[in-house]
Write a protein that binds this ligand. Structure first.
Ligand code: PNS
Length: 166
């Protein structure tokens, strides 16, 4: 039976850290499904469909599918018949939150285990939240996100696509 891993997150937007985790997961599992949460707590800069499309484009060439979802990750994992949930672990500050989430997901679906993957050292400081903060304040995020995503972020900041008007 082929192995399937589910990688859930907000991905608002995908960073090189996420992309590195996806590449690592795709070497460990036959299939990786990246699951984009429709409504993360913080108002997202991009719709779930926009985030999914950006991930799909950045993952060209990998055995990766991208879906959007609302509701429980544990239920999605059951529906997709996933054997693992993937989460990236950048360092100790991620650990408590991730540990709690992994145990809650196992409580909700005892068939599922969480596999933590560490992105490469050079991506350890990247988060979508910081990327958006840097863009908001006029900084460059080159080297932190793929060039096309950087362009989308700059467009959104400028309000040139008519959605974000700071
Ligand atoms: O990239 P993020 O924002 O850290 O991802 C968080 C995410 C989407 C994995 C988490 O918020 C989540 O699993 N949301 C779905 C709702 C759910 O299943 N909650 C219980 C998990 S403990």
């Amino acid at each position: 039976m082929s192995s399937l891993a589910l990688y859930p997150g907000s991905f608002d937007p995908l960073t090189y850290g996420h992309a590195d985790v996806i590449a690592r997961a795709s070497r460990l599992f036959d299939r990786v499904v990246v699951a984009v949460l429709v409504n993360p707590g913080k108002a997202p800069w991009f719709t779930a469909d926009e985030r999914a499309a950006m991930i799909q484009e950045a993952c060209t060439g990998l055995r990766v599918d991208v879906v959007t979802f609302d509701g429980l990750v544990a239920e999605l994992a059951r529906r997709q018949k996933a054997s693992a949930i993937i989460r990236g672990l950048r360092g100790a500050t991620d650990f408590d939150y991730e540990r709690q989430m992994a145990l809650m997901n196992r409580h909700l679906n005892s068939d599922i285990d969480t596999v933590f993957l560490m992105p490469a050292m050079e991506f350890g400081h990247i988060s979508s939240t910081l990327v958006k903060e840097v863009v908001s304040l006029g900084g460059s995020v080159s080297g932190l996100v793929p060039p096309k995503i950087e362009a989308r972020l700059q467009q959104r900041r400028a309000g040139s696509d008519g959605i974000r008007q700071d």
